[in-house]
Design a protein around this ligand. Structure first.
Ligand SMILES: Cc1cc2nc3c(=O)[nH]c(=O)nc-3n(C[C@H](O)[C@H](O)[C@H](O)COP(=O)(O)OP(=O)(O)OC[C@H]3O[C@@H](n4cnc5c(N)ncnc54)[C@H](O)[C@@H]3O)c2cc1C
Length: 215
């Protein structure tokens, strides 16, 4: 491709073959015969009381911390939770994993999930079948996240057992959601759904979507 032009802003559709760059009506409008959507995904944040605005991290921030946490509580239990538990655990951070299902990486073959859960449970504090109910934070010093105390209250499924964990960092790793909602796809007449790619290739051979967009 000759001379591709880079726009460093979000864009959205304003017509079937036209996208607007940025959020101002007088911004650049780009028209193309064929459009490829590869807008990817973002972390899915669960609806937990107290969580909003509290200063938790996701995988987007986890590897950019200025201070290594002494103790890290991870809400999740699949790949991102596991790989970041391994990363921080191997670096000396104490790890708590709060998983709402009865195994880590539960969608793998049962034997694999069981073995993996067993190995991880020997290395880290793994809490299975716990639903996180409430989080709060006590601020430490003004310097970055040093001295912060996250309190995580979780309840065992189908039981009265409550768990309170205290850590200086909280990582939310509970899946990803597609960025397609930022694109105003309705302006193209495209209906968003799980069989979108099929619908598109049959009815609208103009817009192409890469798998990771997970529309
Ligand atoms: C923690 C983590 C670890 C991973 N590890 C691995 C691994 O080890 N191996 C592996 O193969 N895969 C891994 N993956 C998956 C891999 O990152 C994705 O499959 C890959 O990034 C998808 O690429 P993409 O270009 O489709 O989307 P993305 O990488 O998400 O890129 C999408 C881009 O679109 C931009 N965008 C979004 N909305 C708009 C908009 N409205 N307008 C303009 N631009 C927009 C975003 O800013 C972003 O730059 C990992 C993912 C995560 C989260």
């Amino acid at each position: 491709m000759d001379n591709p032009r880079f726009f460093s802003k979000e864009c959205k559709f304003i017509g079937l073959k036209t996208v607007l760059v940025g959020d101002r009506d007088d911004g650049d409008k780009i028209r193309a015969d064929k459009i490829l959507i590869a807008a990817g995904t973002r972390p899915r944040i669960p609806n937990i009381k107290g969580l909003e605005g509290i200063g938790y991290i996701t995988s987007d921030e986890a590897l950019r911390l200025k201070i290594q946490p002494h103790t890290l509580t991870i809400k999740g239990g699949v790949y991102v939770a596991s790989e970041l538990a391994h990363f921080f655990g191997a670096s000396g951070t104490k790890i708590n994993i709060v998983q709402h299902k009865d195994m880590l990486i539960p969608d793998e073959d049962r034997e694999v999930s069981e073995k993996f859960t067993q190995i991880f449970s020997k290395k880290y504090n793994v809490y299975l079948d716990y639903e996180t109910e409430y989080v709060s934070k006590k601020d430490g010093s003004d310097k970055d996240d040093d001295g912060n105390e996250f309190h995580i209250l979780a309840k065992k499924n189908l039981a009265e057992d409550c768990l309170e964990l205290v850590s200086d960092q909280l990582l939310i790793a509970t899946g990803r959601i597609p960025n397609s909602d930022t694109l105003d796809l309705q302006k193209t007449g495209v209906k968003v759904g799980s069989i979108l790619m099929l619908q598109l290739s049959v009815k609208l051979p103009i817009i192409f979507i890469l798998h990771s967009s997970n529309i």
